[in-house]
Design a binder for this molecule. Structure first.
Ligand SMILES: [Zn+2]
Length: 697
């Protein structure tokens, strides 16, 4: 989608599904649109056992040598990776179960004779997506008028009109524009703009020099040509168009910042008065564009990457209208591909599924359509989901857990050595202002102005996109709405949003093995408790330091505290650098330090909170394990997973989260509490020497 992605929220896991319903990144959308695999074809709700499942254990491993193996190898041996997945773990199991639940809801609503408006919305969209006969018979007819509009462009001003039309329908072109919370005035929503416009997932794909990357580029150009041929272009002409697309996108990629450079919130904030934006881009008619997308002239725009806009302006001056025709034709068919006929879906999967992610098989149709429903009208589907799948007791128990974790963090903030007095005062104020959202929004999105009918599918999707873009743009210039959510209720993930200073746990993750309203405290504190602690510490770490209690971009650490934090974080960088992940490839301690610190803090805070909760309770062993042992086993069980070598390599190279085994063994080997729980003698791999032990939170 071309709406502006939210500023990066810290998510619990990047293997789980990313933010949904809020404008989402292009790669996420392509994956959600069916470019990942599937295991079960039917309606089977696979049971994910609550409480502790002892068959997950491998008792031939020693908890003192390798706790991860001990805690999950039993599971790993009995849960091979399904052919269509690159990774299979607890997150996938829960997503799979959720999809089965959602599938039943969608079938029910699609078949309802007199559905209520919410039921009709999701039922019609789903039904239009499942009507393969109609979709295949229509071919590209539903978007033919739009292709003709592109072909009819004659002037530079019509190019600008086309950009506006694309953005109105959340289609990728040039840049992305949408609302954002002003990073320096967190009460206000402003217009934000950022680099975009590429077909491949990231700017680096256009420049990497190794043989495989070069091959990918040539396959990409061939794919673009085949897609253009599928919409009726003469094959020779389509090849020429694909070369033009590659030239334009490469120029845009060249001016784009790397993913790492996008993570710095200060360097990516440039709120400019509109007059300045016009000066930066003299060839871009902002008056026509703003009128085209229906946005009343904003006072200012946060131009996140000004050099990108300058380069784009140069491109506008130099490229011909015919060049842009090729560019728009490609992006229209590319963005609409998952919703069109089989030849288009298959060609799209061949490159963006098989070639880019290594996945062998296209996921079940119903799963792909389900994800589209979630992305288009996620809070409508979410209402139906939580009605039967989120007992009020879960919310009550979660609030209690969060409050206990908050108390544990407060106790730590009061005594942390590396924080000096002014930093500590600011940290406590930030903790007091800390917000929490659990399960689902207090107020749902009002979909009453949106109609979904029985098809064509692609037109339903474009109409839903237009609705979501209108909703997003309408926020600009208004106060921030604190009731909004960045994930839909069925999402199996969690996030911390620094601009809101809040943690958010959708209903989707509040089920076993992450959370079990029926399980004892030891199990819940080890799983969701550690996750809550993890998210919370992000508000106070070296990223959280950049946003104050009100969510404003303002550094609240003193230089002295920053220096001391750095000393400690250097130790965790060394620890993780020492882990050989695959053969000679080591974990990247620099890249993963933020998440490793949060993992260590999360489990430590959860342990403290558990000890507090256990006061006055029975400490009897269950299944032969003490509460403390069950706590650590529960923690490890969340990270059970099997992963293909390719996926592991990709994760080690690019993911700020460490491989699963090290997310368990790394933090636990730093914890004296773990050593005590499992009688780990000094000198054991699971007990780091006192001089090397890392302690931050
Ligand atoms: Zn995190």
């Amino acid at each position: 989608m071309s709406s502006r992605p939210n500023r990066p929220h810290r998510q619990l896991s990047s293997t789980a599904r990313g933010p949904v319903c809020a404008p989402r990144s292009r790669l996420e959308r392509r994956m959600l649109a069916g470019l990942a695999g599937c295991l079960l074809g039917g309606l089977v709700v696979s049971p994910v056992r609550g409480d502790l499942n002892l068959s997950n254990l491998d008792r031939t491993s020693k908890p003192q040598i390798n706790f991860y193996d001990y805690a999950v190898d039993g599971w790993k041996k009995t849960h091979p990776i399904p052919a269509a997945y690159s990774t299979w773990g607890a997150f996938n199991e829960v997503i799979d179960r959720n999809e089965a639940i959602l599938h039943r809801i969608l079938d029910r609503e699609a078949a309802a004779v007199h559905p209520d408006p919410i039921g009709a919305l999701v039922g019609n969209l789903y039904s239009s997506g499942m009507n393969l006969a109609a979709i295949d018979a229509a071919g590209i007819a539903p978007i033919r008028a739009d292709l003709q509009r592109i072909d009819g462009m004659h002037s530079a001003s019509e190019v600008i009109d086309m950009v506006a039309w694309f953005h109105k329908h959340s289609l990728e072109a040039f840049f992305a524009l949408g609302s954002e919370q002003d990073p320096k005035d967190s009460e206000r929503m402003i217009a934000g703009e950022s680099q975009a416009g590429l077909g491949m997932p990231d700017r680096d794909y256009y420049f990497r020099d190794d043989a495989r990357s070069k091959e990918l580029r040539s396959h990409y150009v061939a794919h673009v040509a085949r897609m253009l041929a599928l919409i009726g272009d003469d094959p020779e002409h389509a090849k020429a168009e694909a070369d033009i697309v590659m030239r334009l996108e490469t120029a845009m990629a060249k001016a784009s910042r790397s993913a790492a450079d996008l993570r710095d919130p200060v360097a990516n904030y440039h709120k400019l008065p509109l007059a300045e934006v016009r000066k930066l881009t003299p060839h871009f008619d902002w008056t026509a564009y703003l009128a085209g997308i229906g946005l009343p002239t904003p006072e200012a725009i946060d131009v996140s990457q000004p050099e990108f806009m300058e380069a784009l302006d140069g491109l506008l001056a130099s490229a011909s209208v015919d060049d842009w025709k090729a560019y728009f034709r490609w992006h229209l068919i590319h963005d609409c591909a998952p919703y069109l006929s089989k030849p288009v879906v298959d060609e799209n999967f061949a490159f963006f599924g098989k070639e880019l992610t290594g996945v062998e098989v296209l996921r079940d149709r119903w799963r792909r359509v389900l994800n589209t429903v979630d992305s288009c009208v996620g809070e409508a589907l979410g209402q139906l989901y939580v009605a039967d799948n989120f007992p009020p007791e879960s919310k009550r128990r979660m609030l209690q857990l969060v409050n206990n974790l908050k108390d544990a963090l407060r106790a730590r903030l009061l005594t942390l050595e590396w924080m000096d007095a002014p930093t500590r005062t600011a940290a406590l104020a930030k903790l007091d202002a800390f917000g929490v959202k659990i399960g689902y929004p207090d107020r749902w999105i009002d979909y009453s102005s949106l109609t979904m009918d029985r098809g064509p599918y692609v037109l339903n999707v474009l109409r839903a996109n237009a609705f979501n873009v209108r909703r997003d743009l309408a926020k600009i210039g208004k106060p921030v709405d604190r009731l909004e959510w960045g994930m839909t209720p069925p999402t199996v993930n969690a996030y911390y949003n620094p601009s809101m200073n809040e943690v958010v746990f959708p209903a989707g993750i509040l089920q076993p093995p992450f959370f079990d309203a029926k399980a004892d405290d030891a199990v819940n504190y080890g799983s969701i408790g550690a996750a809550i602690g993890h998210e919370m510490t992000h508000g106070f770490d070296d990223e959280g330091r950049q946003f104050d209690a009100h969510g404003n971009l303002s550094d609240w650490w003193t230089p002295a505290s920053a220096v001391k934090f750095k000393e400690r974080s250097a130790a965790i960088v060394r620890q993780f650098n020492s882990y050989a992940a695959i053969g000679e490839i080591h974990v990247n301690g620099e890249l993963t330090q933020g998440e490793n610190i949060a993992d260590l803090g999360g489990i430590k805070l959860a342990y403290a909170a558990l000890e507090h909760a256990l006061e006055g309770q029975s400490r009897a062993r269950i299944d032969g394990f003490t509460p403390e042992q069950r706590f650590f086993l529960s923690f490890a069980s969340v990270w059970r997973q099997n992963q293909r070598l390719e996926a592991e390599r990709l994760q080690v190279n690019t993911d700020p989260h460490s491989p699963a085994a090290y997310r368990v063994n790394g933090p636990l080997s730093n914890l004296p509490e773990f050593a005590a729980a499992f009688d780990v003698p000094e000198g054991s791999p699971m007990r780091r020497a006192a001089k090397d032990r890392v302690e931050i939170w």
